[in-house]
Design a protein around this ligand. Structure first.
Ligand code: ATP
Length: 345
């Protein structure tokens, strides 16, 4: 296969498995975001792709070739780390040209390539500027240009945007995605920011305790989480206990959810329902009875917290959908069956 393949890759530090039997195929040209809580093994997995860490077991293939024994500098990859590691005393042009100089590219050719790369990252004409005079976002772009100078086969980034403020980070996410699409380069980004992953990725890989919990498109991860860990980690969700009654109906907080049934053999489980899918009505028939405890008006959206027999359910609406529901109101919480994902407990 053209692309990157992980075959049963593990990394142990002593008795501890930082990465635990990872199997994954990444087709060429895919933008992958590795996502997961701190310590779940994202960076270790990326470092193994980079050749900075040796797998304890398993192999990594690039375009069908086993690269596990290949040293970093022969893997044909570009890397950007959180620290950027730019040379502060050099100009933008000198920084970007550094890998070209190491490869002894002719001076004129270097100059041409640097200008090409600076145009690509929207900093044309910046070659003579000292790197120390650039803004955070501009430095980020210079680090990206330097990593791409030798047209690598693989582009690896570890938390590349985490030092930027929220607004700039969002702009850079879009820019990075557009750049990757333009170049069609297989890219792996490690992040703990799920919005970042949802914005940029073709393939989101959610990790937990060294293992891949789910690898799927952003929308599938959001709409069809594989388990409660993924559902809870990506976006916010309501995780509620569900039980089958003797008539086979799915019961949540004492009430049947019309149209919902549990898979054969499952007596008890969880449902995940996103706050934007929860309906609240003041005088509806059916649904779960509850009391509004708190309303958070965020301007564009409104979060309504409902207490139902000691369990909090969160609903998100637009201001227009809010109606006349206020704190303290008794409401019926309606869970549409087609928005409920049934998960093992
Ligand atoms: P973060 O988001 O905090 O960077 P991460 O998901 O990237 O976390 P890793 O850096 O891959 O996590 O670390 C995974 C686990 O392996 C952690 O528990 C970490 O302490 C451990 N670990 C990583 N490198 C080493 C090492 N060289 N020696 C011992 N343990 C290590």
């Amino acid at each position: 296969m053209s692309g990157l393949v992980f075959n049963d890759v593990s990394k142990h530090f002593g008795n501890f498995a930082a990465v635990d039997r990872v199997n994954l195929s990444v087709p060429h040209g895919t933008f992958v975001c590795m996502l997961g809580p701190s310590g779940c093994g994202k960076t270790t997995l990326l470092r193994m792709v980079a050749g900075l860490e040796e797998p304890t077991t398993g192999t990594i293939l690039l375009d069908g070739k086993d690269i596990t024994p290949v040293p970093t500098h022969k893997r044909n990859l570009g890397m950007v780390f959180q620290s950027l590691a730019l040379f502060p005393h050099l100009t933008v042009g000198e920084n970007v040209a550094y890998p070209l100089r190491i490869r002894s590219m002719a001076k004129e050719e270097q100059k041409k390539r640097v200008e090409e790369l600076l145009t690509l990252i929207h900093l044309p004409g910046y070659a003579e500027r000292p790197v120390s005079k650039l803004s955070g976002g501009q430095r980020q772009r210079v680090a990206i240009a330097r990593a791409l100078a030798l047209s690598p086969r693989l582009f690896l980034l570890d938390e590349p945007l985490s030092a930027l403020d929220a607004k700039l980070r969002e702009a850079m996410q879009v820019e990075l995605r557009q750049l990757q699409q333009k170049l069609g380069i297989t890219t792996i980004v490690v992040t703990h920011d799920q919005r970042e992953a949802m914005t940029m990725a073709d393939l989101v890989v959610v990790m937990g305790d060294g293992r891949i919990r789910q690898a799927a498109s952003p929308i599938d991860i959001y709409r069809k989480p594989a388990d409660a860990f993924v559902a809870d980690f990506i976006g916010s969700t309501n995780l509620l206990t569900v039980e089958a009654d003797s008539a086979g109906r799915a019961i949540v907080l004492g009430q049947p959810v019309p149209g919902l049934s549990l898979p054969n053999g499952m007596a008890k489980g969880l449902i995940s329902i996103r706050p934007e899918d929860v309906h609240l009505a003041k005088n509806a028939n059916g649904g779960i009875r509850g009391k509004v405890t708190f309303i958070r008006d965020l301007g564009g959206t409104i979060e309504t917290f409902v207490d139902a027999s000691g369990t909090t359910i969160v609903a998100v609406t637009t201001p227009r959908e809010r109606g006349d529901i206020t704190a303290g109101a008794e409401v019926n919480v309606v869970l549409p069956a087609d928005s409920c994902v049934v998960l093992k407990q």
